[in-house]
Design a protein around this ligand. Sequence first.
Ligand SMILES: *Cc1c(COP(=O)(O)O)cnc(C)c1O
Length: 486
Amino acid sequence: MSVHPLAKLDHRYVWHPFTQMRDWLRTEPIIIAEGRGAVLEDVRGRKYLDANSSIWTNLHGHNHPQINAAIARQLRKVAHSSALGLANEPASLLGQRLIDAANRPRLPRLSKVFYSDDGSTAMEVALKLAYEFARRTRGVRSPRFLSLKGAYHGDTIGAVSLGHVDLFHKAYSGLLFRTESVPAPYCYRCPHNRAKPQRADAREYRKCNWECVAKVEQRFSAQKQKGDSYAAFVVEPLMQGAAGMIPQPNGWLKRVSAIARSHGSLIIADEVMTGFGRTGVPARDASLFASHHESVQPDLMALAKGMTGGYLPMAATLATQAICDAFLGYYADFKTFVHGHSYTANQLGAAASLASLDLLQSPKSIRDRMTLQNALEENLARLWDLPQVGDIRQVGLVAGVELVKDWRTRAPFPLEHRAGIRVCDAMARRGALTRPIGNVIVIMPPYCTTPAQVERIISALDESVSEVLGGPTYNRKARRLEREKA
Ligand SMILES: *Cc1c(COP(=O)(O)O)cnc(C)c1O
């Protein structure tokens, strides 16, 4: 088969994000031509399940008639007009809908929406607001931030400064401002977890004394000794995404939030990945946001990826009234928040977001998400039969599967072995698309994915792990008997 003409153009002109281009140029890329529901189709007519929701953005599936119609309706009116000095219809309506969705009874209120373009800009806005808030209300001269080890909050310089992923961030250390970090509760590899590896999510069998929470308290106390508290504690609630799908044990978020609050620090929740229902349907009330699963309300909430249902780049930073008030004054006080982007409050994005919220808040979507969550749980369970599966971490509608040399020792594959990349390549050949984070395989399908499709995604992963990493001699049945005996 000759190289596709579009592949030639791509190879010649396009520089891909987070991609070693030398490797990229070796093979013909998958060129997506269309999508419908959970399925993407390439220019050669091959079909794939979108097992990572197009890098965590898609919610209701591709080519969704309701979102398509909403965008088309808006397109017949106007595609974009500036938010600098002008208001518009869908952005106003969406403001109300986002604020309604982000507030729960008995939790402090979020009251204002600042629009931007993507997760990184939503975090830059949160960062700048918290910085100025600390300076203006507490007279702190150079406010400091505390975030988690392994945190990823985007690729712009402020967001990178908040992050702590050496692989991504070290190269730019000269450009960054200093932030402090505390360990994330990574139970599977936690030095304080005294439990031997078992065939279960490490959170369930961990043996510890919440040392991770004590460390947060220590950090805040140490900062107090220096004379002030952090401007903000920055956290991805319930699960850190790009860190490797690292979930927090029940109660962690509530505890550390209480510590941050008791020290007078703001809480910035980066819900770029977790927002809009991704972390599952809570039992009591169907909040769309991860923070609320632990009855935590942040002072600033960053939203992006799923906001438009995965259609258009649009983001929002939600803020409390107290924060907004710190920016109010006479013109000549120069307290204005001087920040904004050309496409802020874009009408097409806002129209798509409104349609996506309509879908999310429908009983059918809630039912579908519960079905998907159960299907993921049932299917993921069989991966415990693979000796190269060390940990399976599911939070609602997202899961990370950590591959190791041997589950008994938790010994990791060196990154140079590209174990995760090779497994995902093998999955693509079996018709399931996802990207690894190091040795962690991300499973995060659109909400419309059926149990049968989940079964195909997990089978593709199962077979690919065996093909790429497992000897053919591995005896699945013997392993299962051994497990049942234990
Ligand atoms: C993806 C992501 C970001 C950055 O969002 P972009 O839209 O890629 O700029 C920030 N925070 C979290 C938690 C993310 O997952």
